[in-house]
Design a binder for this molecule. Structure first.
Ligand code: NAD
Length: 364
């Protein structure tokens, strides 16, 4: 069966703030790139938008929609009204609930420098030129979830609290396979980041990475200690292809890496669970300061749609159509306000979405 003749089901959850403006642009890109592929899109409410209409931040109708879907295209949630409501209704965050319900175990954050945007970084252009790396962070284990945890002594002057760094073999194997598979679509290099020189948990991490690596002889595996990785990311970031790391180190390194390009509005991400069901979202938030003005950069959301096609549906060609559309529009000199430079042409959110969709259609 040709992959591009099947139907893929996507739940579209714009959420709050600029989520409402950028996600429709990503939908335009999906429609332009789909070719003969049939994409069933269902829209659902989440966040403050959902509270306003249903009283719940993650309503049952949205959960049902997600159940029927293979992937979620997500915008952002949050904003002053939502934060105020949450203080009065302290329940878990809808995003965390989704991550748990969908058993999302891997977070993918590609960091790509578009040549036209090399001046947006705080690093020298010659350091970041050609940057194209993917950080894969484990999401379910590590010190964020390990037991025992908490206060073990509350005697004044002797208070003590602990957390436990803990990983199981299946958790490490799962993320290792995700990393090696992702590398096979790219330049076939994996750098595993740990702290095996000090932590037994990380010694296990390194052993299992090496064992799984033996199943992928075509992929080169390198190990780095996390302190060295943090330095190398700034010194020579272009040496990396896929970086795989645990929950805590990944939390820190993925934000460090995101800043290499300097443009928050350009960075997509994916979180993947069982059966490749995934949640795709820009790394930025709902940006209440610019919401409703048609000035937000929709490219992170559009590039998230490309990731959705690639990682949940293995539709590499369609994913590239979207990425090439973004490249073309940047090369033609079009920019949203956040990435403007002298000599470029300014577009609003919706016009940028149209320009990318047109570039995609022209390339199909
Ligand atoms: P933010 O990412 O929303 O905004 C940070 C800054 O970057 C702002 O000045 C904003 O205008 C700018 N910015 C962000 N995205 C942009 C885009 N696409 N184009 C142009 N400029 C852009 O982070 P914040 O201000 O710390 O948080 C705002 C709200 O978003 C909070 O309620 C926060 O909780 C929420 N948030 C949600 C998510 C999520 O839903 N996954 C992630 C981060 C923050």
């Amino acid at each position: 069966v040709s992959l591009s003749n099947r139907t893929v089901r996507v739940a579209v959850l714009p959420g709050d703030g600029i989520g409402q403006e950028i996600v429709p642009q990503a939908v335009k890109a999906l429609n332009a790139a789909r070719g003969s592929l049939s994409i069933e899109l269902g829209e659902g409410e989440i966040g403050w938008t959902a509270v306003e209409s249903t009283g719940a931040a993650l309503p049952q109708a949205t959960l049902d929609l997600i159940d029927r879907s293979d992937a979620i295209l997500f915008g952002a949630i949050g904003g002053p009204e939502y934060e105020a409501w949450k203080r009065k209704n302290p329940r878990g965050s809808p995003l965390l609930q989704l991550r748990q319900d969908m058993k999302l175990y891997a977070n993918y954050r590609p960091i790509t420098l578009f040549p036209e945007l090399e001046n947006a970084s705080t690093l020298k252009p010659e350091v970041i030129r050609g940057l194209d790396l993917l950080i894969i962070r484990e999401l379910n284990g590590d010190i964020y979830f390990g037991e025992p945890r908490g206060l073990v002594n509350d005697a004044p002057g002797a208070r003590e609290s602990i957390n436990t760094m803990r990983y199981t073999e299946p958790q490490i194997r799962q993320i290792a396979h995700a990393a090696f598979k992702a590398a096979r679509r790219r330049r076939k290099m994996v750098c595993s980041v740990d702290k095996a020189n000090v932590l037994e948990t990380m010694g296990l991490w390194r052993d299992i990475m090496t064992e799984v690596g033996a199943d992928y002889p075509d992929v080169t595996l390198q190990h780095l200690f996390v302190d060295a990785a943090a330095m190398e990311l700034l010194r020579r970031p272009t040496q990396f292809d896929v970086i795989v790391t645990g929950n805590m180190f990944g939390d820190i390194l993925s934000d460090e890496a995101a800043m290499l390009t300097g443009s928050l509005g350009m960075l997509p991400s994916a979180s993947i669970g069982a059966n490749l069901k995934g949640l795709y979202e820009p790394i930025h938030g709902s940006a209440p300061d610019i919401a409703g003005k048609d000035i937000a950069n929709p490219l992170a959301a559009i590039l998230s749609a490309a990731m959705l096609l690639r990682y949940s549906f293995d539709l590499e060609e369609e994913a590239r159509r979207i990425e090439n559309g973004v490249r073309k529009v940047l090369a033609d000199g079009y920019r949203t306000g956040d990435i403007m430079e002298p000599g470029t042409k300014r577009l609003g959110t919706s016009a940028m979405g149209d320009a990318v969709a047109e570039a995609i259609s022209a390339g199909v």
